[in-house]
Ligand binder design. Sequence first.
Ligand SMILES: NC(=O)c1ccc[n+]([C@@H]2O[C@H](COP(=O)([O-])OP(=O)(O)OC[C@H]3O[C@@H](n4cnc5c(N)ncnc54)[C@H](O)[C@@H]3O)[C@@H](O)[C@H]2O)c1
Length: 260
Amino acid sequence: MSDLKDRSIIITGAAGSIGHATACVLASRGANLMLVDVNREGLAERRGIVAAFGTRVETCHADVSRSDDVRGYVEATSKAFGRIDGLFNNAGIDGKVASIEQFEEEEFDRIIAVNLKGIFLGLRHVIPVMLAQGGGAIVNTGSIASERGLGGACAYNATKHGVVGLTRTAAADVAARGVRVNAVLPGVIDTPLLEGMLHTMFNGDVALGKRTLGKIAPQERIGLPREVGEVVAFLLSDAASFVNGAAWAMDGGALCTIRH
Ligand SMILES: NC(=O)c1ccc[n+]([C@@H]2O[C@H](COP(=O)([O-])OP(=O)(O)OC[C@H]3O[C@@H](n4cnc5c(N)ncnc54)[C@H](O)[C@@H]3O)[C@@H](O)[C@H]2O)c1
C-alpha cells in the first residue's frame, strides 16, 4: 500500500518547489505534515494550499544547518502529532558557480552547512524518535549530481555525493531496528528557479532552454516537481518496506547513458 493515511511526516525545504509538490502528494494520500523552511512567508503561503487536501498541516520556521532549530522542528512535530513516521530531508541550496581553483572557502562552508550538515542533523535528531516508537522511513534529497561531477559547482556536487554516503550509512546503522533510509536523485526539474536561469541563458526563450536541457535525458524532457513527490511518497510508504539504503534517480534516464 502506498497509502499514508494518518502518517506524521516532516518535510524540510517545504516552501520550495520540490518540497511543496511533495507535500501536496503526501497530503493527498492522507498524511499529516510538518512543513519546515527558513522562508516564513513561503511557509505560510504553502500551508494554505496543502491544507486544502484536508489533513493536518503545521509549520515550523527552522534553519536545517542549526542543531537547535532541528531539535525544535522534531519537538514541534512530536508535540503536534504524537509521533514521527516520516522525514523528507530535502532543504538545499545551489550556491555560486565558480571553477574549483576560484571557489571561495566561505561559500564552500555555507553550502556544506545546509546541504550536508542539514541532512546529518535531520537524521541525527529524527532517528532516535523513530527508534523509540519502533520504526519510520526517511528520504534524503540528493541529485543526479550525486553520481557525476558538475563543473562550476564543487561544493554542491560534494554535498550531493555526501547525501548518498549518509543515506547508505544511516540505513546500515538502523535498518535492523525498523528504520528505512533512502535517497532520491532528481534530474533537471522544472522549477521557478530554473526558469529564471533559462530566461537569462536563452535570451528570454525559456521553452527553448527547457527543450535543450531536456536533451541530457533519453526521455528528452525535464521533470516535474510532482514526479519527485510521487517517488518520495512510495519510499515513505509501506509499499517500499524492503527498500533501504537505495538512491533512486528520477531523471528521464539521464544517468543511464552518455548523450551526444
Ligand atoms: N530543482 C532541481 O532541478 C533539482 C535537481 C536535483 C536536486 N534538487 C534538490 O532538491 C531539493 C529542493 O530543491 P528545489 O528545486 O525545490 O529548490 P527550492 O529553492 O525551490 O527549494 C529549497 C527550499 O529550501 C529552503 N532552504 C534553503 N536553505 C534552508 C535552510 N538552511 N533551512 C531550511 N530551509 C532551507 C529554501 O527556503 C527553499 O524553500 C534541494 O536539495 C535541491 O538540491 C533540485
